[in-house]
Design a protein around this ligand. Structure first.
Ligand code: NAD
Length: 527
């Protein structure tokens, strides 16, 4: 299979989907002296591209270039940077066809799921262009002595932000975390996953076309170790998205250097169908919650918790819908689900299903690989009877596999949702939105969607999102999503007299005067 063709550039049997000349054009600016690597498209398993790779020393060169560009960029007014984001918004929507092709070819997902990424980039561009300058604006605070002391909070860029992004959302996760970093005046060194490299490079091309200076965003290519690790070792702030295991390694490396890091990690997410759920909405909504991007989505649901009062009615309709999912690996819109990303993911997903079945679980729908559709395609799968002896009860499958649990009450649903080391996303389906909100308050997850799987919270960019517990540190989106890329600086100007040097007041008399002033400020309800 894939590796039989050694060199897709010259081997006449190679059926690579991206023209090598285009790959060379996209990778032309990458600092890369390492051994080339060949990627394959999950659609067919055929070679996709030969990519140059960046050694640790190359990453150092890229960081130096980015650092030089950042000094100039920091003096560009924030309003101009914001206009570039709006320009990117328009370009991404205009050129979505070519981006959708690349996302599909690299990740294997269905086109409608790839479109979520295009929409996400546009939403993030618009939000940070409109709201970002306000979040970054200097803010006046009451000085230690009102009128005498004037204090202002500024947000200075960190410098060079390192972004290490995974393959599952190759457009979204490469670009959307970079946008607020750039708006705040930083340069970016981006190491996309090898399996998302072409998409990331094409998106960065659009950023440059939108007006970002050439050297400001450096893309480096190669495996997590050494290339990703070198980005973590050399940048001034790290934004990492990936598994919890790798997140811990990245956090430790950032900690050794005392640089900040935000970590967007794994999940074991619950969708809860309450006894008053509107099943007409819940069935298609839960289907998307479980199987978008073939379940290779950090916020997708792998625990389907159903109130026993509606379990039979819900499952009857839900299983029909699961069995009707159209699988395809084509670059078209007529599919509901695509492929897994590659052989390792296929093995992991089938391994979880086989382990569960061997230990007594029942397959209610799906459960099989579908090599007739594509080499890494697995049917959307619903299991019942999953117990804690089975890997898929607590480990993230990161595939189209969901386990059904019937519960007698909301309390039991909340207990199950919280019975995990993770805390990324949850979804509650109920006609009573007050009940949904109060259940949300009891679930330890960074996002809770009521009557939606994940897109309501993900797309509501004004509110931050991220993981509790082992699902991460820090947040993307909203005010937090841009201020994390800055150092807060307090500049305080003292007028007229020095603080501890008031004429005529020394020692006890100074302390008495200050005590009186402090009491007066409290009485005046000053903060
Ligand atoms: P992974 O942790 O194996 O790899 C993530 C990325 O880190 C890869 O590109 C990898 O090359 C790189 N990497 C590996 N070792 C590294 C190192 N030492 N230093 C720096 N980078 C290194 O995860 P994966 O399997 O590729 O991605 C799926 C995981 O990502 C899932 O657990 C999923 O839940 C998570 N994820 C989380 C979010 C979120 O927003 N919370 C979003 C998408 C994916």
């Amino acid at each position: 299979m894939p590796d039989v063709i050694a060199d897709p550039e010259t081997d006449p049997r190679a059926t690579y989907a991206v023209d090598p000349a285009r790959v060379r054009a996209l990778t032309a600016g990458v600092v890369a002296s390492g051994e080339p690597m060949t990627t394959h498209t999950p659609m067919t398993g055929a070679p996709l591209a030969v990519l140059p790779t960046s050694t640790a020393a190359d990453v150092g060169v890229a960081v130096d270039r980015a650092r030089a560009a950042q000094r100039r960029w920091a003096s560009v007014p924030v309003e101009r940077r914001a206009r570039i984001l709006l320009h990117l918004h328009d370009l991404v929507l205009e050129r979505q066809g070519e981006l959708l092709d690349l996302v599909q070819l690299e990740s294997g997902k269905a086109r409608s799921h790839a479109f979520e990424e295009v929409a996400d980039v546009a939403i993030v561009c618009r939000y940070y262009a409109r709201r970002g300058p306000g979040h970054l604006a200097p803010e006046r605070h009451l000085g230690v002595f009102p009128l005498l002391t004037r204090s202002t909070e500024h947000h200075r860029p960190k410098g060079v932000v390192g972004i290490v992004s995974p393959w599952n959302y190759p457009l979204s996760l490469a670009v959307t975390d970079a946008l607020p970093a750039l708006l705040a005046g930083n340069a970016v060194v981006l190491r996309p996953d090898p399996q998302g490299s072409l998409t990331a490079l094409a998106a960065v091309r659009l950023l440059v076309e939108a007006g970002v200076p050439d050297d400001l965003v450096q893309v480096v290519l190669g495996p997590g170790d050494p290339t990703g690790a070198a980005v973590v070792e050399r940048t001034d702030y790290v934004c990492f998205t990936g598994s919890t295991a790798t997140g811990r390694t990245v956090a430790a490396a950032a900690g050794r250097r005392l640089v900040g890091a935000s970590l967007e990690l794994g999940g074991k997410n619950t969708v809860y169908v309450a006894d008053d759920a509107d099943l007409r909405r819940a069935v298609p909504g839960v289907l998307r919650a479980c199987f978008a991007s073939a379940g290779q989505l950090c916020v997708s649901a792998e625990r389907l918790v159903v109130h026993e009062a509606v379990a039979d009615a819900f499952l009857e309709r839900f299983l029909d819908a699961v069995r009707a999912v159209r699988l395809s690996t084509g670059l078209h819109w007529d599919a509901d689900m695509g492929s897994l990303v590659g052989p390792a993911q296929l093995e992991r997903v089938l391994g979880h299903v086989e382990d569960a079945v061997a230990k007594g679980a029942t397959v209610l729908a799906g459960g099989r690989a579908r090599p007739d559709v594509g080499p890494f395609v697995v049917e959307p799968t619903v299991l019942a009877g999953v117990t804690s002896a089975m890997a898929c009860r607590d480990e993230e499958t990161f595939g189209p596999v969901v386990a059904v649990y019937r519960v007698p009450s909301d309390d039991a649903a909340v207990a199950l949702a919280n019975d995990t080391e993770y805390g990324l996303n949850a979804s509650v389906w109920t006609r009573d939105t007050a009940r949904g909100r109060s259940l949300a308050a009891r679930i330890s997850a960074g996002t809770v969607n009521v009557n939606e799987g994940y897109a309501a919270a993900w797309g509501s960019i004004g509110s931050p999102m991220g993981g509790m517990k082992a699902s991460g540190l820090g947040r993307r989106h909203g005010r937090e999503g841009v201020l994390k890329y800055t150092e807060a600086q307090n500049v305080s100007v003292q007028g007229l007299v020095n603080i501890a040097d008031v004429p005529g007041l020394q020692g006890a008399s100074y302390a008495r005067a200050l005590t009186g002033a402090l009491r007066a400020m409290r009485a005046a309800r000053l903060p």
